[in-house]
Design a binder for this molecule. Structure first.
Ligand SMILES: [Zn+2]
Length: 273
């Protein structure tokens, strides 16, 4: 039995974690904002459930909760120049996102939404939508405050909000600044407020691109009792992945009920692609 530690999110935020922005090649959302760190951190409440370790793969799960028209209207206003639009038409099993690829030239003016440069993506409810590595947890602070080795600062003025991710080469006052990265594109897709936490995700992919059981390889270690084993009993043979039937990716999103906190999904029970 192979288990994947999963995190349940409302749509469209679950799908935004695994959907690439054509302008950057990275997912629209790489930070999940929560009121507490994902794992045990001295001095803070911990997110409930058996936490992953930094660097572990996690499953990105979309809850059954339907996005409300008003929230989607607000998101569409908030995304500004980002090449994404959320359909507010009510659908039973999910919602449609439209993504614009400005590298595709059309007869229309740059930035226009046309059938030639716009692709639709389905954001399902009650589904496992992808996998990612959770690599860090960063506190959010006011500008001028400092938390090493990393923090996210939030500055508001008349022109809007400036979101910066700071990295230092160590802990404490003597640590030198390594990088200060503007991350304003994340602002519409999270709740940024001093005292909250930014969970950093990397290598995210949809299950339609990467099977969550075999991670794209199409095969898994053969752990049947009759399988050949090495001297110390370790597994040494492979068999085709039964979740994707060797394809390395799924043909559709598996329907999965979510839970609160960190929770474990038994991958061997996932519906076959
Ligand atoms: Zn597979």
């Amino acid at each position: 039995m192979t288990q994947l530690t999963c995190l349940s999110l409302w749509q469209p935020y679950a799908t935004l974690l695994v959907l690439d922005n054509p302008a950057t090649g990275d997912p629209f959302k790489e930070i999940e904002t929560r009121p507490m760190p994902p794992w045990k951190t001295p001095g803070y409440r911990t997110f409930p459930g058996a936490a992953p370790k930094p660097g572990d793969w996690i499953g990105i799960h979309a809850t059954a909760r339907h996005a409300r028209e008003r929230e989607l209207d607000q998101l569409n206003n908030a995304v500004g120049d980002l090449p994404i639009h959320f359909s507010t038409e009510d659908t039973r099993d999910g919602l449609m996102l439209a993504v614009r690829d400005d590298e595709v030239e059309t007869a229309f003016e740059p930035g226009a939404w046309t059938s030639g440069n716009t692709h639709g993506y389905w954001a399902p409810y009650s589904a496992l939508v992808g996998t990612a590595r959770i690599v860090g947890a960063v506190p959010m602070v006011r500008p001028g405050q400092r938390s090493t080795p990393e923090h996210v600062s939030i500055a508001e003025d008349g022109d809007g909000v400036t979101l910066l991710r700071w990295k230092f080469d160590g802990v404490g006052q003597s640590a030198d600044l390594v990088e200060c990265e503007p991350i304003g594109h994340e602002y519409p897709f999270g709740w940024y407020e001093p005292g909250r936490w930014a969970w950093i995700l990397e290598d995210a992919k949809s299950v339609l691109e990467r099977c969550p059981r075999c991670m794209d390889s199409g095969r898994v270690p053969d752990d049947r009792p009759e399988a050949p084993r090495g001297l110390h009993g370790h597994l040494q043979a492979w068999m085709p992945c039964s979740v994707c039937e060797g394809a390395g990716r799924l043909a559709r999103y598996p329907t999965v009920a979510g839970r609160q906190g960190w929770w474990r999904l038994d991958l061997d029970t996932l519906a076959v692609a």
